[in-house]
Design a protein around this ligand. Structure first.
Ligand SMILES: Nc1ncnc2c1ncn2[C@@H]1O[C@H](COP(=O)(O)OP(=O)(O)OP(=O)(O)O)[C@@H](O)[C@H]1O
Ligand SMILES: [Mg+2]
Length: 456
């Protein structure tokens, strides 16, 4: 018996052809369903997850887009497609190749078709898997993919931080990481290094709580204490990560809040810093994007090490008088601590709503020294989706908050723009604030600014 059995779904118009294939395919292939329309083909494919669909371009409602969607499914394995075209249908076949059809044959369907299929099916299934696994895979149709592979982007480590509790550090880290790792299919590692509590495991329903930052740091601490140095390896790091979907992995945070105060983390700041850096350096070698969720306390050695290491730090605030005030007050200390690299701090106003009664002008008149990168609107679904362990950026219904989050992510990985627009989203919409324009207006004083300066 063949080692692997290939599951085949048919979407053909001729009943006779379907029968010839169902009855005639050799051992190692199994026809698992027959669809009579493109909609039915899509539905069955999602339910059954065959390895390949055999389709006729004359199937009612058939489009190249459907072939593309089956191959680039976010939620599961790629499903390859083979078209069976009328004689002379080369031009039409070429159009489908633009949407990543794996191969094609011509009618009539007869014994030689069956022989050809037995050769072609394993080949296109293998190609589909290879495409998905390749380092430069981008889930776009062939032509756009080539264009986008050439667009400039590079590996990056970024952190989400903020002085306030509940501002949205974890939600934004989670959803930016999902945009990169699941929508963009870039290998992405999300690290929960928030030492006040590890929220991401709860937000994603990670059951295996033995996978988290603490045992990893403990092992490296023992090594450091023996040898005066510690080097995290890719295998060691992977042992503590969990796949969340697509190419997104999570290193969960401390399983209980009090663990963050244990000697492994706090007794020797230089040691903790060396260990965290070694973990992050290995992460960026193995993954294209490293996204870190942090807690507010800059004095905790883990937070400080991650802030030092990150290339961009998104400082999250809400339109909240205390968030704005305390962020403005911490900036001089950040400048002293980070010196020339202070420029990596960008301001993001999350849970933005006019109804909060604070204008962006007010915000930037107080926080004069950190460019406003983005506003992310308040979204009534945000909490519900976290509680359902779902991603805001993966919902069919796209709201302005998801648009803004993906815009932020597309700044790191530009191919997200066409990927998001094909899903019906908008990049650079209302969420985006040009930091240059904002900077020039920093002298303007609103009512809120006067309050904070004691002038009103
Ligand atoms: N744009 C948004 N619109 C509405 N609610 C939001 C938005 N962003 C985050 N929230 C909600 O705010 C709450 C806090 O979010 P989150 O846990 O991400 O914040 P945090 O800064 O990581 O908090 P902590 O300080 O506890 O780590 C959650 O219930 C989340 O759903
Ligand atoms: Mg958090």
């Amino acid at each position: 018996m063949a080692e692997k059995e290939y599951l085949v779904l048919l979407g053909l118009v001729s009943w006779q052809d379907a029968q010839t294939i169902s009855g005639g395919l050799t051992e190692g292939f199994r026809v698992v369903g027959i669809a009579n329309s493109a909609a039915e083909l899509q539905e069955r494919a999602e339910q059954i997850e065959p390895d390949v669909v055999l389709f006729s371009p004359r199937l009612p409602g058939m489009t190249g887009e459907l072939i593309h969607q089956l191959l680039h499914r976010e939620g599961g394995k790629p499903i390859a497609a083979i078209g069976i075209f009328p004689p002379g249908g080369r031009d039409e076949a070429d159009r489908y190749y633009g949407f990543d059809m794996g191969g094609h044959l011509y009618e009539p369907v007869d014994a030689s078709t069956l022989t050809e299929l037995a050769r072609l099916i394993p080949e296109v299934v293998f190609k589909a898997k290879q495409l998905r696994q390749s380092r430069d895979y981008i889930p776009l149709p062939r032509d756009l993919r080539a264009e986008m592979q050439a667009s400039g982007w590079r590996k990056r480590g970024i952190a989400f931080w903020g002085i306030g509790g509940g501002v949205g550090k974890s939600s934004l880290a989670l959803n930016v990481a999902a945009a990169l790792g699941i929508l963009g299919q870039r290998p992405t590692l999300l690290l929960d290094l928030d030492m006040s509590r590890g929220a991401l495991a709860s937000y994603q329903g990670v059951r295996d709580r033995s996978k988290n930052i603490f045992p990893l740091v403990s092992l490296l601490t023992a090594e450091y204490n023996r040898q005066g140095r510690a080097a995290c390896t890719p295998d060691l790091l992977r042992r503590y990560t969990e796949r969340l979907g697509g190419k997104l992995d999570l290193l969960p945070g401390v399983a209980e809040p009090q663990i963050a105060g244990l000697p492994e983390f706090v007794e020797d700041a230089a040691r903790t810093q060396a260990i965290i850096e070694s973990i992050l350096d290995v992460a960026l070698k193995q993954w294209d994007f490293v996204v870190i969720d942090l807690g507010p306390d800059v004095n905790h050695p883990v937070h400080f090490a991650a802030l030092q290491w990150a290339e961009d730090v998104f400082t999250i605030i809400r339109p909240n008088i205390s968030d704005v005030d305390s962020t403005a007050k911490v900036i001089p200390a950040l400048r002293r601590a980070f010196g020339q690299s202070y420029g990596k701090f960008h301001l993001v106003v999350n849970q933005w709503s006019e109804e909060a009664g604070i204008s962006l002008k007010d915000v930037i008149s107080i926080i004069t020294d950190m460019p406003l990168e983005m506003t992310i609107p308040w979204d009534p679904k945000a909490t519900y989706l976290l509680n359902r362990q779902a991603f805001l950026v993966l919902q069919d219904e796209i709201g302005p908050a998801a648009d803004a989050i993906v815009t932020l992510a597309a700044g790191l990985f530009p191919p997200l723009k066409p990927i998001w627009e094909r899903r019906g989203g908008h990049i650079g919409g209302q969420g985006k604030v040009k930091s240059r324009r904002v900077k020039r207006r920093k002298e303007r004083k609103g009512w809120f600014g006067k309050v904070l300066r004691g002038e009103a």
